[in-house]
Structures are given as structure tokens and as C-alpha cells.
Write a protein that binds this ligand. Structure first.
Ligand code: ADP
Length: 165
């Protein structure tokens, strides 16, 4: 049984993340999406909000693919989160070279902590590759149109967030 773990901050979930999840679903029997508390990054959306937006997206993807997806919060070590959820395949998305160095180090650390956990890197479709949560927030904050980058629900949530200031 192949159980994938796709961890991230997802602040907020984008169409880039969705493309990676879609691709991951073709490789696993079950997928666990782990939403990081990530206090270091001071997320715009709370853990509850990020989890709810991810759940909404995953519901549709799970119906489409018939692969079970669960969305869980996580705050501890990634390798422990994988163990707790019975995951044996770590899924990460790769964008440009800038992602590579950090991801390279992460694989090394995670492998030292748990040699059984294999990491798989996926690339989104060219159209989705430049999408980053950080830039989406920036565009939304300045009143730009983000409908090419996020789902309608997330677009509404961003508008609400920045309206409230
Ligand atoms: P993190 O804080 O772990 O970087 P993110 O929510 O920014 O969390 O990203 C989660 C994962 O999704 C990371 O592996 C990241 O590289 C990947 N990812 C994000 N956006 C894209 C994209 N547009 N194309 C491919 N991978 C992406």
C-alpha cells in the first residue's frame, strides 16, 4: 500500500498545489495532505482556515480520482507525521532552481532521520509553475486579479482577508 504525504504551509492553497496533488494521486493508493502550523512564516490564514480551504479542494480531487485524501494539521517533525499517518512516500513540488537547495537539504535530513521514507519530487504543468502563495497574497493585497492562480473559494477568502485589513 503506497501512502503519500504532501506537506506544506498552503497559505493559501493554489492551483500549483492542486496540480501537484493531482499528479501525486496517480502514484499513491492514499494521500495525506499535512498542513503545517508554521509559526516561523506567520501565515496570513489560520491553521483552521488553511485546512478548510485544502479540504474543499481535496474533496473534488478525491471524487475525481477515487483516491482517498485526508487533510491533517502538523506541527512536529515531518518524519514523525509520516509515521503517524503510515505514509511511506513524501511528495514535494519543485519549481525553479530556487526551491532546489532547500529541498536537497530536507531530503538529506529526512533520510538521516528515517531512511525508509522516500521523497518524490513532482513538477507542476508549465502554466502553474510560477504560482507561489507568497506572490498570490501580494497581488491580492494590492487589489490584483488572482483568479488564474487560486480557486474561487480562495479568491473570496483573500478578498475578505484584505478587506478586513
Ligand atoms: P512550504 O512552506 O513547505 O514551502 P508551500 O505551501 O509553499 O509550503 O509549498 C508546499 C509544497 O508545494 C512545496 O514542496 C512547494 O515546493 C510546492 N509548490 C508550491 N507551489 C508550487 C508550484 N506552483 N509548482 C510546483 N510545486 C509547488
Amino acid at each position: 500500500m503506497r501512502i503519500g504525504l504532501y506537506p506544506g504551509t498552503f497559505d493559501p492553497v493554489t492551483l500549483g498545489h492542486r496540480d501537484i496533488i493531482r499528479r501525486a494521486l496517480a502514484l499513491v493508493d492514499q494521500l495525506v495532505v499535512a498542513v503545517a502550523v508554521n509559526r516561523d512564516k506567520s501565515p496570513l490564514f489560520s491553521l483552521e482556515e488553511r485546512t478548510a480551504m485544502m479540504n474543499q479542494m481535496c474533496q473534488a480531487l478525491s471524487n475525481e480520482s477515487k483516491v482517498e485524501i485526508s487533510v491533517v494539521p502538523f506541527e512536529n517533525l515531518l518524519v514523525d507525521c509520516a509515521k503517524e499517518n503510515g505514509a511511506n512516500l513524501l511528495i514535494r513540488g519543485l519549481r525553479a532552481v530556487s526551491d532546489f537547495e532547500y529541498e536537497y537539504q530536507m531530503v538529506g535530513m529526512n533520510r538521516a532521520l528515517d531512511p525508509e521514507l522516500e521523497t518524490v519530487f513532482l513538477m507542476a504543468d508549465a502554466h502553474y509553475q510560477p504560482i507561489a502563495s507568497r506572490l498570490v497574497k501580494e497581488v491580492a493585497r494590492l487589489g490584483g486579479n488572482v483568479s488564474d492562480f487560486v480557486s474561487q473559494d480562495v479568491e473570496t477568502a483573500l478578498k475578505e482577508k484584505y478587506k478586513k485589513g
